[in-house]
Design a protein around this ligand. Structure first.
Ligand code: B12
Length: 356
């Protein structure tokens, strides 16, 4: 565990070195994996090497996210998540442990000792999370998914969404929120339902197309309900909301932006995957009171940190309040200060309440 300023400097120098070594590392480990498992990987042909490289990039992205967060926990959660993902798809999941072992050895040889110590400790925790007894196993994302008791209609809504049954989904949402309250329906029913959709995709119980269907349907339902919702009078406060670069999960942030707008804020919603430089230019030129950034994967924490640092260095004491949120923060507590944000919230409801 690393959590003070000195450790952050060390973590950031390790991240810079890892980025510098990235391509060479991925190529070297792919070759080593093929030397060891070549025969069993032969059926995948040249595609197999591409998958292998993609997985190694994903390992490095999550390793970097963990270094920035100052906790091995997100990496442990990622490793277990990956193991289960591969297992559900019949891919030899033993290769996860092997790739982490090879990565540890390679980085031991190529990073300066202090950096390699920080990196190896995270990789070792990831490996032991894999081999740990099930009773003590890390439950990925439990920080969020076990936050609240699931709404009794959650499973029914999930079924309607993955079946593309819009009338049924709408009826369930209306049934759950007697007053038709936009925010209550979004947070107490849609949010847990979408988490379940993710779990069902992960376990290969539904297809990628069904996951997209559910997201598209939810966007329509939210837009309908937002149009019918009652907004508070304008408060004069202004906010910009954006998903950090590479984050394509915009739905949760849409709910946050809507919640602030209904609360009387004037809101700009920049949507998914906002390039850091363009986000920063918009913030500098429009000077909002608040910036809200969303980050869904641990791998995207580096983009969050970059955006926050850039806003603060351009605006100094005039920087707006910066809030963060999103699924990537599920397994890390107390990380807001380290990342330079003024606060993070696990739902739109808690964020809008705290802003009052
Ligand atoms: C729908 C979905 C997608 C859609 C997104 C569509 C869209 N328009 O948003 C698409 C298809 C694009 C997608 C892609 C991917 N996804 Co996806 N996705 C999901 C899913 C099922 C639902 C997301 C969602 O809408 N959640 C519901 C909203 C309401 O919740 P929320 O985002 O947490 O937001 C709330 C709070 O967090 C908070 N909040 C959020 N942002 C902010 C910001 C501020 C400032 C504040 C204050 C609060 C706040 O308030 C929100 C409302 O209350 C999740 C499952 C999950 N657990 O979230 C997987 C999930 C996040 N995806 C996952 C993965 C792996 C991917 C892909 C890598 C898959 C792939 N191989 O391509 C890509 C990565 C894309 C990228 N680069 O970002 C994994 C991540 C696992 C991991 N190891 O981290 C998950 C967890 C699924 C799973 N269980 O395995 N995905």
């Amino acid at each position: 565990m690393v959590n003070n300023e000195t450790d952050l400097v060390l973590a950031e120098s390790a991240v810079a070195k890892l980025e510098h070594l990235r391509t060479r590392t991925v190529e070297a480990i792919t070759d080593q994996i093929y030397q060891r498992l070549g025969e069993s990987l032969a059926p995948f042909g040249e595609r197999g090497r591409t998958y292998c490289r993609d997985d190694l990039h994903f390992h490095l992205d999550h390793l970097i996210g963990s270094l920035i967060a100052g906790s091995s926990r997100p990496f442990e959660a990622y490793v277990i998540w990956l193991y289960r993902l591969l297992d559900a798809r019949g891919v030899p999941s033993a290769s996860v442990d092997l790739s982490l072992e090879l990565l540890g050895r390679y980085l031991h040889e190529h990073l300066p000792p202090e950096q390699s110590q920080a990196v190896e400790s995270i990789l070792a925790k990831g490996r032991s999370a894999l081999s740990g007894p099930p009773a003590n196993a890390v439950v990925p994302f439990s920080g969020f998914t076990q936050l609240a008791k699931p709404h009794p209609l959650t499973e029914a809504l999930v079924n309607a969404l993955v079946a593309g049954d819009r009338p049924r989904a709408r009826a369930l949402l209306e049934q759950a929120t007697a007053e038709g309250d936009y925010l209550e329906g979004a947070v107490t029913l849609i949010q847990p339902a979408m988490y379940r959709v993710g779990e069902r995709w992960h376990a290969r119980e539904i297809s990628v197309a069904q996951e997209h269907l559910a997201s598209a349907l939810v966007q329509q339902l939210l837009a309908d309900r937002f149009a019918a919702a009652h907004a508070a009078p304008p408060s004069g406060s202004r906010a910009i909301f954006a998903c950090v670069a590479t984050n394509r999960h915009a739905l949760g942030l849409q709910i946050v932006a809507d919640a602030f707008e209904l609360d009387g804020w004037s809101v700009e919603f920049l949507g998914a995957d906002t390039p850091t430089a363009d986000l920063v230019e918009r913030v500098v030129s429009t000077k909002p009171d608040l910036v809200g950034l969303s980050v869904s994967l641990t791998a995207q924490l580096a983009r969050l940190r970059e955006a926050v640092l850039a806003i603060r260095s351009r605006m100094g004491d005039c920087a707006p309040q910066i809030l963060a949120g999103g699924f990537a923060l599920a397994d890390i507590s107390g990380v807001a200060e380290r990342l330079g944000v003024d606060g993070w919230y696990s739902t739109a409801l808690s964020a809008v309440k705290a802003s009052k």
